[in-house]
Design a protein around this ligand. Sequence first.
Ligand SMILES: *[C@@H]1O[C@H](CO)[C@@H](O)[C@H](O)[C@H]1NC(C)=O
Ligand SMILES: *[C@@H]1O[C@H](CO)[C@@H](O)[C@H](O)[C@H]1NC(C)=O
Ligand SMILES: CC(=O)N[C@H]1CO[C@H](CO)[C@@H](O)[C@@H]1O
Length: 231
Amino acid sequence: MNFGLIIMLVLLHCKGATTESTRKILAGMDVTLDCPFNKPDHVPLMKVTVEWGVMVDEHAVQRLVYTFQDERPMVHRVGSWVDAKSLLQGNASLHLLNVSVADEGVYCCRVIITPNTYKVSTRLEVSAKPVISLPEAVTVMEGEKRTLMCEITGFYPEQLTVTWLIQNGSQLSRGVCTGMATPNPDGTYSVSSLITVQATATESSGVVYVCHVTHRSHPGYHSKGVLLTVQ
Ligand SMILES: *[C@@H]1O[C@H](CO)[C@@H](O)[C@H](O)[C@H]1NC(C)=O
Ligand SMILES: *[C@@H]1O[C@H](CO)[C@@H](O)[C@H](O)[C@H]1NC(C)=O
Ligand SMILES: CC(=O)N[C@H]1CO[C@H](CO)[C@@H](O)[C@@H]1O
């Protein structure tokens, strides 16, 4: 069968897949997506065709990830494979190495042992953790106004919330300015948040300003603090 024909088959392939489960992982990790099927003992590998594809969302065109046909694997996404020994046992699980945010999508497995077809689809949700940059300490002159910048880079998805707090204290809203998230070439996002503080010796010296970030990549929050010293 030629390559073009495989693509045509794959375009249809996820329709009718039953259970759709969700796997949540962090970018940079390896993952295995299950695809069990019923393999009668007398059927040789030669008669088993496996196709793995991925769609960015339910309406998108499917992209091939890995195929196995006539006992020959074809790797479309570098670092993906189906174990031939597992296939013999009715397990067409897909291994993906070093997952990136570009790998997110709905993965569809189709196994054909004529006249039967088995379909499984799994949603893969990939998150990338934000990296927070903030100076550890800042010294200002009494009465001076100073803007502190919290740079948050390399996160995915785009949705992220930044707040500023006084350590062991209240949330700050005055003088805070958070920009729009901007996309990076690798599919992740970055954003900066600024806070302008007015240094008065009695109130602000020794205070830690905390840049507090909530994001899908972490069930709690990410944060970093800057110690303000007033001279
Ligand atoms: C299928 O095989 C893979 C190893 O190739 C294993 O990680 C996975 O747990 C197996 N799945 C089932 C349902 O046995
Ligand atoms: C994993 O992929 C990223 C790009 O997505 C790359 O920068 C990194 O070097 C890769 N790591 C390994 C161990 O291959
Ligand atoms: C004085 C005080 O309560 N300090 C606490 C502030 O919060 C940190 C952790 O967020 C604690 O380690 C300090 O003891």
